[in-house]
Design a protein around this ligand. Sequence first.
Ligand SMILES: [Zn+2]
Length: 228
Amino acid sequence: MSLTAELTSSQMKCPFCKETFMTTIVTAYQPKYYDSDLHPHAEGFDDLLLTVHQCPSCKGCFFQDEHFLRAIKNIDVTRREFSSIYSLIDSHQFPDVYVTRFLFCSYLLEKHSLASRTLKAYTWHQAAWAARVRLNPGLEKTFIEKTLEHYLAILNESSHEVQTMFSSSELQNYLPFIIGEISRRLSYFDQAIIYFQKVKDQKLSNLARKLSKLASEGNHDNQVIELV
Ligand SMILES: [Zn+2]
């Protein structure tokens, strides 16, 4: 098995309660393949789980990612807020510990206006990936609906945020592609085809054409496709 990742044990400081704890982090990895909604997979370790941490003291979850940490920096997260997030999580059917971590981050961002739509979209998408990895298609569907809602809003708003977060190539290629693919997975086939047609980047547009063909066949067994 080729080594595609480097993991190390590291001390982490909780951004909520400031306690320190030891956890495993990924220092480098190269994805071996992607799913058609661009979920990266590494070989021999669980890349998704190691990107989100849960503080053993306050049970708060967070991504060790500068955008995420910046978004939550000025949030005064009270104990009451934590319980309200956990009760929202409990309202979903059977999210396991693993999916819960992602959901915690998604709900935390939803509750605060400071977080950008881009970050919210991406965090919901990761929650959807986590649900998929845990073979929970019902939850995955709920979470990709949220992802789609935010991505569509980003494309329809020509806001300052959109212009600073995305290059024009990403706006013209990545966003329509991901909206197309999420729409296909949700069986919104007409919408999928419209967005796939907008993709101009050569590499992505070849793939967009293949996925668009699947959408036009109206195949409801709309699984993700492995991209090597
Ligand atoms: Zn904590």
